[in-house]
Write a protein that binds this ligand. Structure first.
Ligand code: AMP
Ligand code: MG
Length: 340
């Protein structure tokens, strides 16, 4: 299949919406990462997403809307908590889970009684959804398991030949996937950290948001995660990634003592100077979660472009947006962390 990659314009958004209405799939930019979209009410179309990504069938998808009027197509009803979060953070990088509507294709929910929904802020995503006139199921537009794409070029690397079209909307602003919060249980549960922080959610809800165990810990054999996606190897480059936890000085010393030919430092910009003689791929600034989130996936992809053997990753903080960065890095590193 020939894949066209077109700079976003009204005409190109129309073309993408036409594909989607016909039951085809297309990659579109969002403010988090690029998404591989299909009509969320069309099961046959949604199946094509799973095929193109090689995504396990039991991993449900997020449905993307472009107005509150679309909510009855995805949820049975909107609760007061969901309304409060939607008013505070939509459009934006927050996904909310509630009991599903029967109008959604079963494939989107992967057998669960709930549906994950988000209203993205990216104008191109909004335009394509509005023109298609239906919620769009859209997981990240990468091969299952590899780092999520934050540019149209990265989408093309993974998806050329597998999908008809990529809409190029430039580099994604946030750079990591949306925060996922479930409101389907007794208390709000944070299933995946992202651009909207736990602290921000708690401020709006006026109650504690529980952090799902799987955010920071590896699931045990046979353990059932609240979010099916969390059990899979994720965001992983071919390189071996090792997280090194410590101050800048401790980190640099460790890397200098251990790095061999073909290895590199996946560090902060401030560390580069102290690491002279070592190949460096910086992924953001120290203490600045926004810049780290923005740079992480491109840095992980760069490891493979440079055929890096082992990458020693500087450990981000575990609060605010850095918690989202740490969560992705842990999975890229298969939970390998050394304390120095
Ligand atoms: P992605 O589409 O690749 O950004 O991944 C979506 C994430 O949301 C995955 O980790 C899914 O397992 C999770 N997810 C989607 N729908 C639900 C749901 N109904 N209940 C729990 N987790 C969900
Ligand atoms: Mg993904």
């Amino acid at each position: 299949m020939h894949t066209s990659c077109e700079k976003a314009s009204l005409e190109v958004c129309r073309q993408a919406a036409e594909y989607l209405k016909k039951g085809e799939i297309a990659a579109i930019p969002t403010e988090t990462v690029y998404g591989l979209a299909a009509d969320a009410t069309n099961g046959q179309a949604v199946k094509k997403i799973f095929e193109a990504k090689g995504r396990p069938q039991d991993n449900p998808l997020i449905s993307h809307i472009s107005s509150m009027e679309m909510l009855p197509m995805v949820w049975r009803k909107v609760t007061p908590q969901a309304k409060a979060l939607a008013e505070a953070f939509w459009p934006g990088p927050l996904t909310i889970i509630l009991p599903r509507s029967e109008l959604l294709a079963d494939e989107v929910c992967a057998g669960l009684p709930t549906a994950a929904v988000r209203w993205p802020s990216h104008p191109v995503a909004q335009q394509v959804i509005a023109l298609a006139g239906v919620p769009l199921a859209a997981p990240s537009a990468n091969t299952s398991g590899s780092p999520s794409p934050t540019t149209a070029e990265s989408v093309m690397q993974d998806m050329a030949g597998k999908i008809p079209m990529v809409v190029d909307g430039g580099t994604c602003e946030v750079g990591v996937e949306s925060t996922v919060v479930s409101l389907a249980g007794q208390t709000p549960l944070l299933l995946r950290p992202g651009g909207v922080t736990k602290e921000e959610l708690e401020r709006v809800l006026g109650c504690e948001v529980k952090l799902s165990d799987a955010v920071l810990h590896q699931l045990q054999e046979g353990e059932k995660p609240a979010s099916p996606g969390m059990k899979y190897r994720h965001y992983a480059p071919n390189a071996r990634v090792l997280i090194v936890q410590g101050s800048s000085a401790q980190y640099c010393e460790y890397v200098k003592a251990h790095a061999e030919e073909g290895d590199c430092a996946l560090c902060f910009e401030e560390d580069v100077k102290a690491l002279s003689g070592i190949a460096c791929i910086p992924y953001g600034k120290e203490g600045d979660g926004v810049s780290q989130a923005h740079g992480l996936f491109a840095a992980l992809r760069a490891l493979d472009e440079k055929h890096v053997k082992t990458a020693y990753a500087r450990c981000p903080q575990q609060s605010g947006i850095s918690l989202a960065v740490y969560n992705r890095l842990l999975r890229a590193a298969a939970f390998q962390v050394v304390q120095v």
